[in-house]
Ligand binder design. Structure first.
Ligand SMILES: [Zn+2]
Length: 92
């Protein structure tokens, strides 16, 4: 899992066009997706992404990473439940 995230981050870093606010902005996006930004910060994030294609791209990618991690952990939960069921059936 860590390898996958690092690969995505590397792919993001290797893009040519840079935005001067990108790093700070991306930091705020992560906080925003975690629901930890103030109203002021949230509107800064949204205002910026509307005028910056580069950051819009990053936002999409950030959401995709989160989806991937979420799906991965759901799969893990399903597997655990399945393993528990199999174990119970063996014991029964
Ligand atoms: Zn930007």
């Amino acid at each position: 899992m860590g390898t996958f995230v690092r690969w995505i981050q590397k792919a993001m870093m290797s893009k040519k066009a840079r935005c001067p606010e990108e790093e700070h902005w991306l930091e705020l996006v992560r906080l925003m997706l975690d629901g930890q930004t103030t109203e002021e910060e949230t509107s800064y994030v949204i205002d910026h992404v509307e005028g910056c294609y580069r950051c819009y791209d990053n936002y999409d990618l950030e959401k995709e990473i989160r989806e991937a991690i979420k799906n991965k952990s759901i799969n893990l939960k399903v597997s655990d439940a399945l393993i528990a069921r199999i174990n119970n059936e063996i014991k029964a």
